[in-house]
Design a protein around this ligand. Sequence first.
Ligand code: WTA
Length: 634
Amino acid sequence: MIRTYDDYREIYRKSIENPEHFWDTIADQFVWHKRWTKTVDWNFNDPDVKWFVDGKFNITQNAIDRHLPLNSGKTAFIWEPNSPEGHKRIITYQNLHDEVCQLANTLKNLGVKKGDRVCIYMPMIPESVFAMLACARIGAVHSVVFAGFSSSALAGRIQDSDCKIVLTSDGAYRGPKDIPIKSVVDEALRECPGVEKVLMYKHTGTIVNLTEKDIIWQDVVPYASPVCEPEIMDSEDMLFILYTSGSTGKPKGVVHTCGGYMVYTCYTFQTVFQMDGLNDVNTNQNVFWCTADVGWITGHSYIAYGPLLAGASSVLFEGVPTFPDAGRFWNVIDKYKVTHFYTAPTAIRALEAAGLQYVAPYDLSSLKVLGSVGEPINEEAWQWYHKNIGKEKCPIVDTWWQTETGGIMISAIAGITPTKPGYATLPLPGIQPILVDEKGNEIPGNDVEGNLCIKFPWPSIVRTTYGDHARCRQAYFETYPGLYFTGDGCKRDHDGFYRITGRVDDVMNISGHRIGTAEVESAINSHIDVVESAVVGYPHDIKGQGIYAYVIVPSTTKNHDMLKKEIIAEVNKIIGPIAKPDKIQIVNGLPKTRSGKIMRRILRKVAEGEISNLGDTSTLLDPSVVEEIVKGRL
Ligand code: WTA
């Protein structure tokens, strides 16, 4: 237990001196069918990392069954629907158990076996979490795809991991919109002959086209048995695949395994947020709310697994922060007396811009801890959050981590270690960050800046990228041999506190969503009139980063406004609305070196409006294109 800043320092030191002992003590708090024989076995060259070697258990037994003897009636989730007029749902741990088992038995009846991949393309309803846990119950591997992705993005993900079944719903509500997501699945399945069945939850009542593969959830799940013995899994059996963008090519399927992920998400949830009374139904007063979607890692680790493993009560929210108006978050906090609130800087900035009149009507005095995740939080947003939401009494935990890290890596510990605006602050126990220069030399000491790497494994480190281990090595372990490279730039200040400065590779962070420039370029290039394109991120007041696209079209193309609309439609179709360019500049050429490489540094500066010093352009094949680009800047 960490109770003071000194405890943190002491425990941190011990966790580095003897990681095995440190993690053994934490892992011993779970229910194991068979204890592990070795804590960690690793090398970062292949890479090959194993935690809790030979341990046998099931994660759902720890997330659900373990709580039943004392806390079966405790709330696992309070579901708040998209419409404030809709009915909330309360899911107790007992309900969760029964629902998960019924769905697990249904999946078994549909022929799903241990190791099979199951795609989940669903809105933010409790059934999405049931779906993830039902897979884990029977040892199937879930691959959740955010329901805002297009049919073609969905198809690519289904194909890559060869899913044999898709779980979805008829439709999804997103603020004022009613999105027919089953039809997106239908469209995707035209390219996915390997999918045998689609289990569809009726949610919006929208009219759907039923095919012979479709089974309606409500027709089968309620009739399945609510008892399903958990499949005994090995620590290193795959738990899930989650696709994320990298600096090159198509999104990759990050693989997490059962043991390390369980231990790390639970430990970090408990440590960072410091919710007390977790395992006692009588001290039920703490309510956690993570506003992420289960389609992203934040939803996996801090809506589904972490809080349930810890026995917490959470809000699960279907809607968006601005519907019916920008007071919705504050309304929900007031309504359910949320104590621990975890959201993204982009939401904070959007709600700040809407004005304090949306905050004023609500009582936010239940709040104890505020969290931030997904992108750097600018000082202004931090101060606004601190003053107007936390009323200057709630610590803000700025949590830095990634899909690949599985859980929070660098963050303040609520109420115990210091916070500092814009700083993720200090590594959690067990985490060994290091800053390196371009050549991979360690940059020691304080008041320095470099590329952020981690030098020792932690339990939920990425194990592989599905179906392509070489890509995992190349993306994270090859740049700096012997280290895990995060892709982020980072400062360490005079106190040794870390501040993440943003990606140093070709990955953008748009409203907290990771999108690769290469993916957007490839979608733009698929428009028949596009000759070539280059995409960069630029600072955006609300989104953090916006997408700026430079596009070359033939001189015969006259109607540029129409073309820009078509390009946006193309990106929506191939990736989804989250990747649509904010600005499209039509250009005659791109700044290329003699070897044909696009000098993105120049494009980034132009997009940022920093045109006074574009740096050395002498190596360009045709320096005059830069002048033209600067002139046409949007
Ligand atoms: C960025 C989201 C600054 C970072 C959990 C990282 C952050 C990428 C923070 C991972 C933070 C995440 N401060 N930057 N607190 N949290 N990032 O995989 O660039 O969707 O590499 O995981 O988001 O995004 P991902």
